[in-house]
Write a protein of this length. Structure first.
Length: 411
């Protein structure tokens, strides 16, 4: 028999000599955490003609493409060598200063040194989780809550425990009881225009949460990607601004919803020791966030009127929210209920008894309309009747057409 050879030129006497044992198994955390059903739905609805209420996507026609293009040109013109070079893990000083100034303008005293720039606020959550959570630690979440946070905590091996909520969010008395019983490491919350429900935690409850965290010994992780998208009502101070929360709150922010998600720029404001731990974790993750993107964003914040741009986005989203709310009564079955968010990107609805939103999704997609069933957002037993509807991606006219398709799908 003529010997065969491996590509590297090592002789092998027979095909049987090529057999080998399989590589070791994946880590248990990788096997235990499922993929995002939302991103799978987005793949199904990517074909032309589909009107999707599924994804929490900013409207691309509202991006300030000319302003951002000019900001990138300016970043290269100022110093191409710097824009294309490695930079510090903490982030570009001018972007940290701009973030700090915007936080201070919203009533939270913040210095540039309090801020860490991250590759999207999702990375900020991952860094905080890596710094704080060990396998088996208890982590508290609103129920329902942001799906990618559940994935993040699942990968860390946390015991994820839901805190009972009503239409306004966390119930402080229930939180007190769970903290006393479970001794959790942290509470993760999206207090303003929450994903998936769109609800906003009132100021009195935020104060109560901060007081419980201080008295019981609890880290707070406040995720605020939607806070700039308020259409009506008075602004409520961040959870981080309430007495008791000063030394224990990691505040997460993002440029994705107010500039563009493709920038992948977020930020973290945290107490010094926790921020330093997050920096070390970031060094192991990606060294630093893209330098050129940071410098372009810093230039944009310095030279453009971001607040004016955000006002334009808010006005468009308000009209789209109103179009969705106006048509839901005809689109959903009799006996359905839904909320009226004061901002953000989502409306939360509940179908009548006996209906299952997940089962109805296939029929909806066959009619070129989509939504996200609420079940994946729950910890523990879900409410199968719930669904999340995003109103930001389509015009009011398209929303009207989509609701007509949804009505036919619902039967």
């Amino acid at each position: 028999m003529r010997p065969t050879r491996l590509p590297e030129g090592v002789p092998v006497s027979s095909p049987s000599a090529l057999s080998a044992s399989p590589p070791p198994a994946f880590a248990a955390r990788a096997r235990a955490v499922a993929g995002s059903p939302i991103r799978e739905i987005l793949a199904l609805t990517a074909r032309p003609g589909v009107i999707s209420f599924a994804g929490g996507l900013p409207a691309p026609e509202l991006f300030d493409t000319e302003g951002l293009r000019a900001a990138y040109d300016a970043a290269f013109a100022a110093s191409a060598s710097r824009a294309l070079q490695y930079s510090t893990s903490e982030g570009a000083p001018e972007l940290r200063e701009a973030v700090a100034a915007r936080a201070a303008a919203r009533g939270l005293e913040t210095a540039a040194d309090d801020v860490l720039i991250t590759t999207g606020s999702q990375q900020a959550l991952t860094l905080i989780t890596s710094a704080l959570v060990e396998p088996g630690d208890a982590v508290l979440v609103e129920n329902p809550t942001y799906l990618a946070a559940l994935q993040c905590f699942g990968l860390a091996g946390a015991r994820v425990i839901p805190v009972p909520c009503d239409e306004q969010g966390i119930l402080p008395d229930a939180l007190e009881e769970i903290v006393a019983r479970e001794r959790p490491k942290l509470l993760y919350a999206v207090p303003t225009f929450q994903n998936p429900t769109g609800r906003t935690l009132p100021g009195t409850r935020r104060a109560a949460v901060a007081e419980i965290a201080a008295r019981r010994g609890l880290w707070l992780v406040e995720d605020d990607p939607y806070g700039d998208l308020r259409f009506e009502g008075a602004e409520i101070p961040w959870l981080a601004a309430h007495p008791g929360a000063e030394d224990r709150t990691a505040l997460l922010g993002s440029f994705s919803k107010i500039m563009a998600p493709g920038l992948r720029l977020g930020w973290l404001r945290a107490p010094a020791a926790l921020r330093r731990a997050a920096v070390v974790t970031k060094q192991a993750a990606d060294l630093h966030t893209s330098t050129v993107d940071q410098l372009a964003a810093a230039h944009y914040l310095r030279e453009a009127d971001l607040d004016a741009h955000v006002a334009t986005v808010r006005a468009a989203y308000r009209d789209r929210r109103d179009a969705l709310l106006a048509g839901l009564g005809a689109a959903l079955p009799a006996g359905s209920a839904w909320n009226r968010p004061e901002g953000g990107m989502f409306v939360w609805a509940r179908l009548p008894e006996g209906r299952d939103a997940t089962a109805l999704l296939k029929e909806a997609i066959s009619r070129d309309v989509a939504f996200v069933p609420g079940a994946p957002f729950y910890t523990g037993t879900p409410d199968p009747r719930t669904l999340r509807l995003s109103f930001t991606t389509h015009t009011p006219e398209e929303i009207g057409e989509g609701l007509g398709r949804l009505a036919r799908a619902m039967g």
